[in-house]
Design a protein around this ligand. Structure first.
Ligand code: ASP
Length: 330
């Protein structure tokens, strides 16, 4: 009798283990794309990017490994990048023509197809959390400027002065652009580094895919300019049936090409794999005159990190727990 009970107990444990090892988890991130070439980046700065990308992705992977949701993994991973001055998101975001930081973010849940986004906000410390709160705690998908800020404060998110986001690096960048009198992505740290938006896509043990993106938009932007990031389907999209996508690049072209949804549609309807779909969608962006990159993660845990710029800050951890971190086109 005791022996039988032990056998039953052991087979339950074994079946449980088997089930969880069959379920794939994976996570992929980007920290922006652009003319990122080794000659233009110091070894110290290169190391800082590698370390921060690794730190961020490990936060999300730990959550997934412990059975946490892809939503939490995406949110906490993006927090690390929003809180770092290295990227164009949160602290260290690029500045508008008035010298302020105006942030956009979005999130999509691939299981329910629920989504949330905020645009043109100046005081929410972690915009990705506000995007998730819009999805979960409001009847809306997209809230902007003052309304979004009031909402974020009412739901208890951390509010900071706009000066929290502003760094010397971005002030120098803005001055250089304004002297040349153009709207640009010029970055004094890395010549022409262009786009520094951050994004994350994760697949959890329950097969749920989530995608999130957070940005300061374009340097020297004017008149309440919004990019692709807060537009669901342009900069961010997720659907468990196929894949999750987060984009970085020249937002106007990503909106016009509905890039994130385009990739999902190519996978869903045309049965392309995520690499073929990303390539095609980025070719369409290029044909119109734009550039940038995308990260895509599908329901099997396969990853694509494609771009038509010289480089893209990016990393992924696959189902075996293997980490890859890359910056250049290699
Ligand atoms: N896509 C962003 C925008 O246009 C910029 C970026 O990716 O860095 O707002």
């Amino acid at each position: 009798m005791v022996r039988n009970l032990i056998l039953i107990f052991l087979s339950i444990v074994f079946l449980g283990c088997q089930e969880s090892s069959d379920n794939k988890i994976a996570i992929v991130i980007h920290g922006g794309a652009g003319t990122i070439v080794k000659e233009n980046i110091t070894p110290e700065l290169e190391r800082s990017y590698f370390l921060k990308l690794e730190e961020a992705i490990r936060v999300g992977y730990e959550i997934l490994k412990n059975g946490g949701s892809s939503k939490e993994a995406v949110e906490k991973t993006i927090h690390v990048m929003e809180n770092s001055p290295l990227f164009n998101a949160g602290h260290g975001a690029v500045l508008t023509s008035d010298g302020t930081a105006e942030l956009d973010a979005s999130f999509m849940d691939g299981e329910t197809l629920d989504a949330g986004a905020i645009a043109g906000v100046k005081n929410i410390k972690n915009p990705i959390s506000a995007a998730i709160a819009v999805m979960e705690k409001s009847p809306y998908v997209l809230l902007s400027s003052n309304g979004a800020e009031q909402f974020a404060s009412e739901v208890g998110l951390e509010i900071v002065p706009n000066s929290y986001f502003i760094t010397e690096r971005r002030k120098t960048q803005l001055k250089a652009i304004q002297n040349k009198n153009e709207v640009s992505f010029y970055d004094p740290y890395i010549k022409d580094s262009k786009y520094g938006t951050v994004g994350c896509v994760a697949l959890d043990v329950n097969g749920n895919i989530s995608a999130g993106t957070s940005t300061g938009g374009r340097s020297n932007k004017k008149w309440g300019r919004l990019g692709d990031v807060p537009i669901i389907g342009a900069g961010t999209y997720a659907n468990n049936e196929c894949c999750g996508i987060s984009a970085t690049g020249w937002g106007e072209f990503f909106i016009r090409n509905v890039v994130a949804y385009d990739i999902a549609a190519l996978v869903n309807y045309k049965k392309l794999n995520i690499k073929e779909a990303s390539k095609l969608a980025l070719e369409k962006v290029k044909d119109l005159g734009g550039d940038g990159g995308v990260i895509v993660l599908d329901k099997n845990g396969d990853v694509s990190m494609d771009f038509n710029t010289a480089g893209m800050y990016r990393a992924y951890i696959n189902n075996e727990g293997e980490l890859t971190v890359k910056i250049y086109n290699d």
